[in-house]
Design a protein around this ligand. Structure first.
Ligand SMILES: NC(=O)C1=CN([C@@H]2O[C@H](COP(=O)(O)OP(=O)(O)OC[C@H]3O[C@@H](n4cnc5c(N)ncnc54)[C@H](OP(=O)(O)O)[C@@H]3O)[C@@H](O)[C@H]2O)C=CC1
Ligand SMILES: CC(=O)C(=O)O
Ligand SMILES: [Mg+2]
Length: 647
């Protein structure tokens, strides 16, 4: 059993997990909640079926009930699964409630409606016989490749991006492996559909386009019962949770419960870009209400119709969630905070950073991706990071997160103290340049950036005064890099580095065309949401996409494969270096400071390997011994959407 489990970890069908383990035996297994006539283990033993015994052992391991079957696979149930679970029927006393879990083999009509196992017309003759599919499908048998071709053809027929998004969502709900193959094989075309910018519009209209729920909704109504709610999720072996409370969805503000599109989209990328099994991914939205009046008055709104809970009520719900996650899934589940407003984001990261494996994508992932771009850009402009002056428009999660990681890298490169390294980094917020005279009224995350300078209100005046070589937009406000701002940057620098990071496209500080035109084709430009190549005076400029999607999938994979228990800043630096190393000579020739997304799985494997290596070096890895070749290990861990053969 132990060797089977290890083989799964290194197989190309995903990091080890119950579904993978069973699928190796070629049986499409579905979890069903139903009254059990026999205990699952007894039934497994009776059936004599190795896959069912294995499944049962793993299920019991996940339930943490310390069963002999779990012991048989050599795993300590309390380390991986938190405290023992009173819902496990084999250990519950007579007066305790049990959850009647059962495992059944999916077949016939149900198999076609189970997105994890459905292959549609790709079921072969033998499978159609063995799984009672005769008559439920038309006679034609088509290949996975042909299915992809047809779906791409269909999706390209839609003119409206939101229709493409809905078609992709339907596919994900119908045939998961086809969805991921489509996304992986056509990543550059489909990323803007399942992710920014279209996911932003989808969240804004989530209520009216809502068909079937995706992810787990935890609202104030569930206070006191969050552990129970987690147990309603059909998968037991969760490795990554992306959670939002919907208060700062991209640059679109408070979208309340409709922010669910973000965790769902991010986790699709965890699988497609980083190779984490879909069944190990759990999207969560914490609904504490919304202050968005138009949503509160929208009859199609799907969330709680109340203003946001704050203070103790908010903190208690979040704390219950964090505790329940650790209790249910153990210490090594990665919790990625996404699109929280900054007044909660920094506190949550600090509060849970020492007790949980937490990562804030907007603060840390964005920092890592931007640092990678800046490291790569040195090949185009010469010199080192310490030679630059940086100016940010926007001093929130993304802005101060990036600023801090740049300072840390400069401090490490030059051995100057962190405080000194910060001196060449300036930030502007909605009230103007952050300067020492404002220090008392600043939020805590802005204080390190309050340098000595007279107050300046407007960005363009700040550019003239600070004379930055790098301008970074993290304001969430579109078209704030005006013609005058970019012309000033171009007058100060031969090759101004200009990053418009705000999402979606409508919130980008400038367009690619504006950056190239107003800088007379001299800007090194990248944006958070994609822009098409620009033709300026006969030359084609290809803008890069500075988006944390380059980092978090590989970063998460590195944490999972090393069994890391905490995130450390040095892992972010390692990820930046790994990403920067992926920019080829060809890319540089086009002015790119990021590699194309078409290579992203290879890039993610390299990022994962560097992050895992750092986890081992820092003593934060628990999956021992350390594999000799971490890149190979990462590649072999990655989920592949290839159809499995069923017997
Ligand atoms: N490309 C990527 O990978 C990522 C992009 N982003 C994008 O970055 C943007 C900001 O996100 P985040 O940092 O989390 O948001 P925050 O709300 O934490 O920060 C926004 C900052 O912008 C400032 N600001 C708002 N309006 C203006 C204005 N008119 N002029 C100057 N400053 C202004 C705010 O000022 P004040 O503090 O005074 O209110 C605040 O400092 C979003 O659009 C998001 O989509 C975020 C993460 C990753
Ligand atoms: C990309 C991202 O995480 C954001 O815009 O919030
Ligand atoms: Mg985000």
């Amino acid at each position: 059993m132990l060797s089977l489990n290890r083989t799964c970890f290194l197989s190309n069908s995903g990091i080890n997990g119950s579904r993978t383990a069973v699928q190796r035996h070629g049986l499409p297994v579905a979890y069903v909640r139903m009254p059990c006539l026999l205990s699952t283990r007894a039934r497994a033993a009776k059936s004599g079926d190795a896959s069912v015994v294995m499944e049962t052992a793993l299920k019991e391991m996940q339930l943490g009930n310390g069963s002999p079957a779990a012991a048989e696979v050599g795993l300590d149930t309390t380390v991986g699964g938190g405290v023992k679970d009173v819902y496990g029927e084999d250990t519950a006393t007579e007066d305790q409630l049990v959850t009647p879990w059962s495992v059944s083999v999916a077949s016939g009509y149900n198999l076609l409606r189970d997105p994890h196992h459905n292959k549609g017309l790709a079921f072969n003759e033998k499978e159609r016989d063995a799984h009672y599919l005769r008559g439920l499908l038309p006679p034609a048998i088509v290949s996975h490749e042909l299915q992809v071709k047809k779906m791409m053809h269909n999706i390209r027929q839609y003119q409206v991006p939101l229709q493409k998004y809905m078609a992709m969502t339907d596919l994900q709900e119908m045939n998961e492996r086809l969805f991921y193959k489509l996304l992986i094989d056509n990543v550059e075309e489909l990323l803007p559909v399942v992710y920014t910018p279209t996911v932003g519009e989808a969240c804004q209209k989530y209520g009216s386009i809502f068909r079937r729920p995706q992810g787990l909704f935890i609202s104030l109504k569930e206070k006191g019962r969050i552990l129970e709610v987690l147990k309603n999720w059909p998968e037991r072996n969760i490795q990554v949770i992306v959670v939002t409370d919907g208060e700062r969805i991209l640059g679109l503000g408070d979208l309340g419960c409709q922010g669910m599109g973000i965790p769902v989209g991010k986790l699709s990328l965890y699988t497609a870009l980083g190779g984490v099994r879909p069944s190990a991914c759990l999207p969560v939205t914490i609904d504490v209400g919304t202050n968005n009046e138009s949503l509160l008055n929208d009859e199609f709104y799907i969330g709680l119709r109340q203003r946001r809970a704050t203070g103790q009520e908010y903190d208690e719900l979040l704390h219950e969630f964090m505790s329940a996650v650790k209790q249910n899934y153990g210490e090594k589940v990665l919790i990625q905070f996404e699109d929280f407003a900054n007044h909660n984001a920094f506190n949550l990261l600090e509060k849970y950073g020492t007790t949980h494996l937490v990562f804030n994508d907007d603060i840390q992932g964005t920092a890592s991706v931007v640092l990678a771009g800046l490291i790569a850009a040195q090949k185009l402009v010469g010199g080192s990071l310490a030679d630059h002056r940086f100016l940010f428009l926007g001093a929130g999660e993304a802005g101060t997160g990036i600023a801090e990681l740049i300072a840390l890298e400069i401090s490490k490169q030059t051995s100057v103290p962190l405080d000194l390294a910060r001196k060449n980094i300036w930030l502007v917020d909605s009230k103007g340049l952050i300067v020492s005279s404002r220090k008392d009224s600043l939020q805590h995350f802005k204080k390190p950036w309050a340098h000595e300078h007279e107050p300046i209100r407007d960005l363009v005046d700040a550019v003239k005064a600070i004379k930055p070589t790098v301008l970074i937009g993290t304001s969430g406000v579109g078209r704030t890099f005006t013609k005058e701002v970019i012309e000033t940057m171009a007058s100060l620098n031969e090759k101004p580095i200009i990053l418009s990071l705000s999402n979606p496209t409508s919130q980008s500080e400038c367009t690619a065309q504006e950056a190239y035109r107003w800088s007379e084709g001299r800007a090194i430009f990248a944006s958070g949401s994609p822009f098409a190549p620009v033709d300026y005076e006969g030359k084609v400029f290809v803008p890069g996409q500075a988006n944390n999607a380059y980092i978090f999938p590989g970063f998460g994979l590195g944490l999972i494969m090393s069994g890391a228990i905490r995130v450390h800043d040095d892992m972010l630096l390692a990820a930046s270096e790994a990403l920067a190393a992926e920019v080829s000579r060809e890319n540089f020739k086009k002015g790119l400071i990021y590699p194309p997304f078409s290579n992203i799985r290879k890039i993610s494997a390299n990022i994962a390997a560097r992050v895992a290596a750092k986890a081992y070096e820092l003593g934060l890895a628990t999956r021992l011994p350390q594999p000799d070749d971490l890149v190979k290990c990462a590649e072999s861990c990655m989920y592949s959407p290839t159809y499995r053969n069923y017997r």
